[in-house]
Design a protein around this ligand. Structure first.
Ligand code: FE
Ligand code: FE
Ligand code: MG
Length: 159
């Protein structure tokens, strides 16, 4: 049956799905970067930093779930193969090769700043075109701004 929920979208749905799959790839890579960072991080304030990284990992996984659900609702398919995350990602992945507190914080701040730029751009293209995806993107953007703020605050406390 025709879906009224799709008729209210005033944009190319396939293009939205493509953008969402790129964001989904970012979220999985961000999730893993935080998840691994929580386990590996060492040095002064390790416990505090690890706890924050663990919280953020949970948030990125939640974002991945929100995005995948919306892709499916739009009639698309969430990226099927992890190997495609690297092809689709906007923000990439920074391996925590140096697991000291400060470099790990800096890598993740860089990731959040990239994510903020990606979601800000996406929000701009969706505004007045796809209210539901727009609303979801704004809610993710709000989390990424909080993530950046949390990490910068910890970094400034340490330094
Ligand atoms: Fe995220
Ligand atoms: Fe984040
Ligand atoms: Mg936090």
């Amino acid at each position: 049956m025709k879906r009224k929920g799709l008729e209210i979208i005033n944009a190319d749905v396939n293009q939205i799905i493509d953008q969402l799959n790129k964001a989904l790839s970012d979220e999985w890579l961000a999730y893993y970067q935080y998840w691994l960072g929580e386990k590996l991080v060492k040095g002064k304030f390790r416990e505090e930093v690890a706890a924050e990284l663990g919280q953020h990992a949970g948030d990125e996984l939640k974002h991945a779930g929100m995005i995948a659900d919306r892709i499916i609702q739009l009639g698309g398919t969430p990226v099927l193969k992890p190997e495609d995350w690297y092809k689709l990602t906007n923000c990439g992945y920074e391996a925590p090769e140096d697991p000291s507190v400060i470099p790990v914080l800096k890598q993740n701040i860089k990731g959040e700043q990239c994510a903020i730029g990606v979601y800000q751009k996406l929000a701009e293209t969706l505004k007045d075109k796809d209210p539901i995806t727009y609303y979801m993107v704004l809610s993710i953007l709000k989390d990424e701004v909080e993530h950046e703020d949390d990490l910068i605050n910890i970094l400034e406390d340490i330094q």
